[in-house]
Design a protein around this ligand. Structure first.
Ligand SMILES: N[C@@H](CCC(=O)N[C@@H](CS)C(=O)NCC(=O)O)C(=O)O
Length: 201
């Protein structure tokens, strides 16, 4: 989702090959053995298979919205928050979200621990705007919102009514209602080596 949002906003286009993670095509794993998405293959053959690197790359090619320029300026502030969410938040999110896979542990404890990470976001811009930096999606919003979306999906009723950080709730709902999300969440036919991908965006 990070990569798709970055492509959509930068206007960088690619051939998109939709995959099912439980049935990864061998062509994907041959190119990127770690078996995670996104995998961006450049025409030079270079592989970029970390979502943040894909974001940096596509915004580096076309930064018409100034998202990379702003990221470069505030990188010292944004990077520790991205690491917190890629690390600690994701760890607790997985254990909260996949309660059945982690039976022996209390998933509510993980909900709470993930929520403590959200507190790191409440002191800045969110109090005044629906975005983390200024008045539009920043690199940091794009990096974090897919995780917050997952966090809500685990228990929407709790997130929408009881989760205590109202500015986070408004921030997410603004994103859920956005044209950007609608465009990047379109469903595509699963790719096979007998089909061609689709042009995205
Ligand atoms: N650090 C990686 C993590 C990517 C990642 O874990 N992606 C998930 C999907 S959101 C995945 O491909 N999981 C592999 C699987 O479920 O088999 C990145 O941000 O690119």
């Amino acid at each position: 989702m990070r990569a798709r949002i970055a492509m959509f906003l930068s206007g960088y286009s690619c051939e998109l090959r939709e995959v099912i993670l439980s049935k990864k095509p061998k062509e994907m794993v041959e190119l990127s053995p770690k078996g995670t998405v996104p995998v961006l293959v450049l025409s030079s053959g270079e592989i970029i298979d970390e979502s943040l690197d894909v974001m940096r790359y596509v915004f580096g090619r076309n930064d018409k919205l100034g998202i990379l320029r702003q990221y470069n300026r505030y990188q010292n502030e944004m990077d520790p928050i991205i690491s917190l969410f890629d690390g600690k938040f994701k760890y607790h999110l997985d254990r909260y979200k996949y309660a059945s896979r982690y039976k022996e542990i209390d998933h509510l404890e993980h909900r709470e621990k993930a929520m403590n990470c959200l507190e790191a976001l409440t002191s800045g811009f969110l109090e005044k705007s629906n975005y983390l930096y200024g008045n539009s999606l920043s690199f940091l919003d794009i990096a974090l919102l897919p995780f917050i979306r997952q966090y809500r999906i685990a228990d929407p009723q709790w997130f929408d009514n009881e989760m205590p950080f109202i500015s986070i709730r408004t921030w997410l709902h603004n994103f859920l209602d956005s044209e950007v999300l609608r465009r990047v969440m379109q469903k595509y036919q699963v790719w096979s080596n007998e089909s061609t991908g689709v042009v995205f965006p």
